[in-house]
Design a protein around this ligand. Sequence first.
Ligand code: ADP
Ligand code: ZN
Length: 734
Amino acid sequence: MAEPAYEDRFAPGERVGILPLGALDRLLDYKASAEGLAPGAFVEVPLGPRQIVGIVWGPGTGEVPEARLRPVTRVLDAPPLRAPMREFLGRAADYTLTPLPAMVRLATRAPGLTEGQAMRHVYRMGPREIGRMTDARTRVLAVLRDHPEMSFTLGELAGMAGVGTAVIKGLVQQGAVLEAEAARDRPYPVLDLDAKGVSLTPDQMLAAAALRIGAEARSYNTTLLKGVTGSGKTEVYLEAVAETLRQGRQALVLLPEIALTGAFLARVEHRFGAPAAEWHSGMTQTERRRLWRMTATGGASLVVGARSALFLPFRDLGLVVVDEEHDTSYKQEDGVLYNARDMAVLRASIEKSQVILASATPCLESWHNAEIGKYARLTLPARVGLAVLPTVKAVDMRLEDIARGNWVSPTLANAVAHRLEREEQSLLFINRRGYAPVTLCRSCGHQLGCPHCDARLVEHRFMRRLMCHQCGETQPMPIACPDCGAEGKLSPVGPGVERLAEEVASLFPTARTAVLSSDLYGSAKSLKEAIEQIADGAADIIIGTQLVAKGHNFPKLTLAGVIDADLGLYGSDLRAAERTFALMRQVSGRAGRADAPGEAMLQTYQPHHPVIQAILRGDDEGFWRAEADGRRMAGMPPFSRLAGIVLSSEDAQDAMDKAVEMARNKEPLAKIGAEVWGPAPAPIARVRGRHRVRLLVKADRGAPLQDAIARWAAQFRFPSDLRLTIDIDPQSFM
Ligand code: ADP
Ligand code: ZN
């Protein structure tokens, strides 16, 4: 791997600015130690009587007089954060109006930063079978079998298996588990870049060639790789990965859903003879630390992960792929509010690297950027091994004869029956978790609501509980109405995925059904297994929420039925049409992957709605153009910029009073021509017992929005009970 340029070290005794990793949001001045200091180094410094960890961020501020300057205590054995990484974190903090230390914490979420390299014991599957198995022993061996690629310390293995360490020691003595000395942080297997992939189609070849040129350029560039599901986007961007690695640089592939990583790792292993390194919330602390260090030192060349992988300290990041780039889960909605897609572009522009945004249904912002030439655009027109996209039909629900409390129209049921005869799979899609969205008392009309939120409680019949989808509060299902006390009168209203499953079971009693909803699986791993079994044909009818829309591959699926295509068309949300369009396209794209042609059916009460019409015609470009025109006329993003401001408090009046005060004193915003809308109670006016009031700030594209908002917000005092959240480029308006 090529050596990145080194920065000049600070000389011994030189004044340096240290960014503490704790809560303080400012640089503190210290003196470099006797051997000098590398910029970006992790150090320990004295603060009052304590020692704290910080990063050498740059030259000192000069705040502390020379005589009182204290020396850095010691340099920690961790790879320094490189200049482009520090610049990225600084600019990401400015962009999202996040205090720098909070941003830096996203990049230092690896344990054991302060511990040096050392040997330690790790545990793996041993060669010997043992005679006497116990439950505890079985669990230990199961963990090792399920994670052949992971190394566990004694504590981690005991924790994951839920056993005491003595059980593991016993297995070691019997030879069923091996104990080995290992360097703490080993490099990841090297990918074989000369291994051959599939032979690409002419369209794919052209796209791959363009992306290879982008990798060779070693300069910033972004490409929108647009193609329907199954057109070979992954195959094509893996070519860009190979070229990036040949250049001696590193590549990162972001996926929206950790359930997708398993299939992706298998693809990479098939293509390059070794898997990618993975980064997600389910990893052990040891693996986290290993990957963090290996990205910094070059011992990991290809990383696949969730959005937070963007904050790994890559030594020379040459490529970031954002797969399913339109997916809303790239926006982090709590803590630090950032959009990983936009931050990927920011990071690449600093690191001089390539970004590939892959999607069948890009978000309007990306489509627009390609349209005006800010991004390059590559289109893969056809599906591989299949000439046609699924045919998409509307089922006009006004004409269907359907019983109350049922949701599957006779037309759709017929189509499913045909698939059952031909032993093909059908997918029924409804974007609602749980049994029913509303539970109503038929005696008094009361609707069950969350005690902490302005939201209804959703019945989850599999769990026998009511759940709030805002705050996660759960309660047992009551027998009597909590309002009028009538017993046996509570009844479900509207469909959820579980209720749909019940209807399907009565319509097709002999069919094998599988319900795919994120809340029905205890872990990412069990969900992944379920998906693999379904792909293998373990179910005839798949009933799923938006989880199934996210790029899973079901080769036997030939029918996709959308139960309520109208859901989402009416949202107060700016992106409602776009989201509905993407979701419908993704779901209908699920059908007919292998040799059997697919069919998609959208149940709708408004078959003439422009979004439904665009989907039926397969006219993607037409949809985006119409949507872009609408936004331009309304002066909405991407033709302007928004910031969502939420004030929350346990006291509704406090929140509203402060919001009114902010709306009245808006000079810094007015100066850049920005408008302030509101205040108004948020559409979800109460979450977790806190009342929420919203303001919306709108500015011209080129206006310095963040700067103005920072100066505006700085005018006000926020008592500790009052919380201010600033969301730049908001996705959600709830
Ligand atoms: P996308 O990412 O656009 O959904 P994939 O790259 O996953 O598409 O391709 C869909 C399927 O088709 C995969 O199984 C892939 O291996 C296969 N495939 C893609 N391109 C080719 C090709 N040129 N020859 C053979 N198989 C291909
Ligand atoms: Zn709640």
